[in-house]
Structures are given as C-alpha cells and as structure tokens.
Design a protein around this ligand. Sequence first.
Ligand SMILES: Nc1ncnc2c1ncn2[C@@H]1O[C@H](COP(=O)(O)OP(=O)(O)OP(=O)(O)O)[C@@H](O)[C@H]1O
Ligand SMILES: [Mg+2]
Length: 502
Amino acid sequence: MVAVEAKGICKSFPGVKALDGVSLTIDKGEVHAIVGENGAGKSTLMKILGGLYDMDSGKLLIDGKQREFKSISDSLAAGISVIYQELNLMPALTVAENIFVSDLPGTAGTVNYRELNRRTKELIDSMGLDIKPTSPVDLLSVSERQMVEILKALSHNSEIIIMDEPTAALNNREVDTLYEIIRKLKADGKTILYISHRLREVFDLCDRATVLRDGQYIGTKAISDIDERQLVEMMVGRDISQLYKYTEHALGEKLFEVEGLTKKGVFSNISFSLRAGEVVGIAGLMGCGREEIAQSIYGILHHNSGTIKIDGQEVSIKRPVDAINNGIGFVTEDRKDSGIFALMTVRENLTINVLRLISKFRIISDKKEQKLLEEYTKGMNMKYSDEMQRIMFLSGGNQQKFVLARAMATGCKVLILCEPTRGIDVGAKAEIYQLLSGLSEKGYAVLVLSSELPEIMSICYRTLVIFQGEITGNILRDEMDENLIMRCATGNETFFSKGAAI
Ligand SMILES: Nc1ncnc2c1ncn2[C@@H]1O[C@H](COP(=O)(O)OP(=O)(O)OP(=O)(O)O)[C@@H](O)[C@H]1O
Ligand SMILES: [Mg+2]
C-alpha cells in the first residue's frame, strides 16, 4: 500500500528552483528517510506536504487520493503532521498550550485547563519524558523544546508523521527516547518520513532512503541494500574519498588559559589551556555544564571565580563585547534564537559584529562590507541567491555556515564553537572541518563543544571530558576512543593522557 505519492513536484523561489520535478513513493508503515545536502529541497518538499507551501506544479496523492493542500489544517485533516526543522513554539505559552494550541479542550471560549494539563501529562508520560505540562516554553532547554515539538505532532494521532531533523537539538538520551517513539509508531502501522544529516540514524531507523540533490530526485534505495559510503556518494554526487582527513601540524605557545573557573552549582575549578593551532574538543552529556563553561568564558553567563588569560595576560570578560574585543569568537548552539538575525540580509548577518571595522563616522562602507562577505564566504561553498537575501530563507545548513563565518569575521584568535555542524550535511561538514583545520594551521586556537563523538574524534587534537561540572578526562588524539570518552562522561572513569598539558 502506498501512503504518499508525489509526481513531478516543482517549486521555485526567486532565484532558485528548490524542487525540480520530484517524484517519489512512500509505502504505508515504513520509516522512509529523505536525505541530501543542505539546500537539496528536503524541507521544501515537507512544507508542501504539510500545507505550508503551494507547489508550482505536480501532483500529490495521499492514500491514492489526489490532494492539494491550501493550509496546515488541510494537511492535518488528511492525516499528516509535521515536526518542522525550525522550532515553531510560542515561548510565552505553556507546554500544554503549545501542544494542543489548535485543539484546546473547553467550551464557549473558555479553556478547561485541568483537562488540558491532564491530556498533556498523559502524552508526556506515554513517551516516558520528564517535562511539566505547565512550564512556559521559554524556560525549557532547546532539547526539551524539540521534544515538545515532537509531542505536538504526535498529539494529532496522524497516520503520516514527518520529522525534519528531529534530533538536531537532542542529547543522546533523548535521541534514544525518539528511537523508541519511532519504533512504537511503526509498530502501530504509522508511516514516517525522516530527515536527518546523521546517517547513523538513517541506518538505525529507516527501511528505505530517498536522495534529493539540488532539487532533483536522485533515487530510492532499501537501507539493507546500501552502505553509508554509497548513500553519501548519491547525496554529494562525487567520490567521497576526498572528504576530510586530519593532518598533524606543530602547535605554538599557550594562547588561551582558564584557571579555576567556577560557577556555583554548575561547574567548579575548571582549568585548561589552548595552544595556538590547537583544536580541543569538550565532550560530556547534556547537563554536564559544558555549555555554561563556554558561555561564561564568552561573558553570556557570569561566573563566581576564576581567571581567563589571553597571551598570558589576564582579561576581564563581563559581557560578550569584552570577549570579542579580546579576540574570542563564539558560535552558539541555538541558531534560531540567538544565532541569526532572521529578518536581516545575509550580508548584514555576517558583518553585524564588526560594523566598527567597516564604517567611518557611523557610515558603513558598502565596498568593505561586500569584501568581507566575499572573503569569508569563499571556500565555504555557501548557497544564497544574492547578498541582500534575508537569511531566514536560506536552508538550515547554509544559515549555520553564516553563523560560523560571522564569528571568524570578528578577527578573533580563539574560537569557541558550540555544536558547529548541527544540521550541516556530510559534504559541508567536511568543508567546515577543512576550514577549521586551515584556521588551526594559521594559529587559531579552537574549542569545539560537540555531542557528536565522531565529530570530536575526527577534528580534535585533544579532548576534555566534563562530568557534573568537573573535568574527568584530558585525552590526546592517539588515545581517544568513543568508549573511553563515554566512560569519563558518565563519571565511571577519569583519564588524563600522560604528558598532555591540560
Ligand atoms: N521561503 C523561501 N524563500 C526563498 N528561498 C527558499 C525558501 N525556502 C527555501 N528556499 C531555498 O530553496 C532551496 C531548498 O531549501 P530547503 O530548505 O528545502 O533545503 P534542505 O534540503 O531542507 O536543506 P537543509 O539540509 O540545509 O535543511 C535552498 O536553496 C533555499 O535557500
Ligand atoms: Mg531543511
């Protein structure tokens, strides 16, 4: 039985053909992956299925019936719900209100809150989660918000559930929960469309995978007939042997030092240093305190004690601007909330932190701004139609590249990157790794917080592991392995490589 059939779907935006005659078939009851590089058209296709966008031409059949959705509710009524890549929750409302926003229980304009919270609690419990129905969403972490988004989609009990990068903001334990949810849904006969840049998930969860590239349909394969290398080759359209490889280079002097950094109840006595040219990872489970350590260094959070030194000189960092002035660049993990200025152009997004460098008497030099854009976007293979395009219209991965480029454009020497390749495709990931490697060869010191261990293992010279706000591991590249990092991250072991300065 076929659940979804798309025939020759086309969709253009000014300057880009996002979908160019895409045809595909999704069987009832399967978990079907849609994969492809950033900007391939995955989210656009899902937005058409979700009733958010009209298609320019083509046909869509749901359960054999031809449909054209004019609104989200049309698509919901046809049994489709979508978890969008960009979170769409209303921050001031509670978890329960967000989940049931289109279907609040009650009569004559009054909401029955007791019933609302009861239903929500039931849904949360059935998924084995620990979130309060009455919490306002803006008090939740990014990953909890993602789980709320997932619950919202599940609350409709739809037959077809579309998940557009649902794990991009989840920690490992939540990813496991999502795996269970997906398996349960599949056992109930639901059909799932699953988009992810993490191919491991595609191989763990999915029955078949469809590849899109530059808006075109490339092919569909049964997961059992294909390996990761072949899938990547379909996605990027070239042999992947040229993807990123770590290269050794000599390290310079100590460039950046943290001594005894403490924030009561969050992390304590954190001391480490980075040498010029060194790429150091910070691994640890969600809640271990690593984000807070990074945010304290950058002046987003206050710390109670400890010192930060650059080139051996103590510096005082109270706000992000102090960090920027001392040559520290920062990339946030929360792209949508604090990473991009959605309504501004791609060029403004790149140069916002450095306006003083490119302006005179408060007038921004158009030429200098353009030059900076070209300098930093060159080599990152960013896709945008022109520099005046609003950044919100770029694909997720391309937005992320801008956030990275912006940090570099501040002319910093120390770069702190939180989840730098979240939502970035395999090819672009390799490009970003190459770029970081190039920066480290030039003498930048780079601190990478990542929940993807394969990422840390492929790019870092050394890894610090944090458990409950303390350093439990300092592991050199030769000794790094995923199990060792996990043992330190769970507090079951401490490991300090011999001869490695922290
Ligand atoms: N609303 C829009 N306005 C203009 N261009 C858009 C809009 N939405 C998408 N695009 C463009 O269409 C193309 C496909 O984007 P889409 O978001 O579907 O990619 P994607 O495959 O989901 O990528 P990613 O993996 O980065 O999320 C991109 O070039 C993107 O910039
Ligand atoms: Mg997308």
